[in-house]
Design a protein around this ligand. Structure first.
Ligand code: PAF
Length: 284
């Protein structure tokens, strides 16, 4: 397997990496900006990682447009793009996986068994092959961010993590490559997610402390007449991801919802000490 980062390291050049699965949008490009002034080489990887998709999930139909991605990365000042093949990442005989035990269990982990094992494994592999000193991730997948932080700490990885705010469409929908799956009517329904999250944040600030009530309120706002299917709406501790009965000073409200066949995730920090985005929690 190629050791992409070795030559840079030997020349004393610091590489910063934005790991992606491609079909890039402004959210990804904003992560490249986080690297500015920190490293000598701003790099991105494009790899749709089969290990993080379960049976029946959208691995095959995950949107891909390499030519457009390369144009966008070039215009965003990316110096290097790493596009490995599945064989590069998982050669015959590959058998080492990373499991971040507790943090992988709740939220998406409960519904997508093996997903975070696939994410942690590929991220570690990307870190080692590129020998990056910095890596930037978006906070739309809050659980993923917490898991990568834990892995980085547990394995003493010499990588400084940077976390970028979720970028949103004008109506608040979190930018996501999977938004491309939505039909026009589904796109309207999807806009209920950020609306419901903001509602919960305001309700918690106005004194509604019971997570049960907040969760019910969010579910009602999203489901409407049954146009959307809730996978989960959970309110958890920002550090441990354990479920909370009362919001307390701060909590993360995270959700996964199917609009048609498209699974959307989003989150918001709630509580009197919460931020609109959980950026503060993720500083390392
Ligand atoms: O967030 C993503 O796009 C992916 O989970 C990641 C971090 C690139 C790993 O495949």
């Amino acid at each position: 397997m190629l050791d992409l980062g070795l030559a840079f390291q030997q020349q004393g050049l610091k590489l910063g990496l934005v790991p992606t699965m491609g079909y890039l949008h402004e959210g990804h490009l904003s992560l490249l900006k986080l690297l500015e002034g920190k490293c000598d080489i701003k790099a991105a990887s494009i790899f749709v990682n089969p290990l993080q998709f379960g049976p029946g999930e959208d691995f095959e139909r995950y949107p891909r447009d390499e030519a457009q991605d390369l144009k966008l990365l070039d215009s965003a000042g990316c110096d290097l793009v790493f596009i490995p093949s599945v064989k590069d990442m998982y050669p015959i005989g590959f058998q080492t996986y990373v499991q971040v035990e507790k943090l992988s269990q709740p939220l998406c982990g409960r519904l997508r068994p093996g997903h975070f094992r696939g994410v942690a494994t590929v991220v570690l592999r990307l870190f080692t092959v590129t020998r990056c000193r910095y890596a930037a991730f978006g906070l739309k997948d809050y659980q993923q961010a917490v898991i990568i932080r834990q892995m980085t700490r547990d394995l003493f990885l010499n990588v400084e993590l940077l976390f970028g705010k979720t970028l949103r469409e004008p109506d608040g929908l979190a930018k996501s490559s999977r938004n491309a799956y939505l039909s026009v009517p589904e796109r309207h329904i999807a806009a209920r997610l950020p609306f419901a999250l903001e509602w919960a944040r305001s309700a918690a600030l106005a004194g509604e402390d019971k997570t049960h009530n907040l969760r019910l309120g969010v579910e009602k706002l999203i489901v409407g007449n049954g146009e959307a299917t809730i996978q989960y709406v959970d309110i958890v501790d920002p550090y441990t991801l354990e479920p909370l009965e009362a919001v307390g000073p701060k909590a993360v409200l995270a959700l996964a919802v199917f609009v048609g066949k498209t699974r959307l995730i989003d989150n918001i920090m709630i509580g009197p000490q919460g931020e609109s985005e959980p950026v503060v929690e993720m500083k390392v």
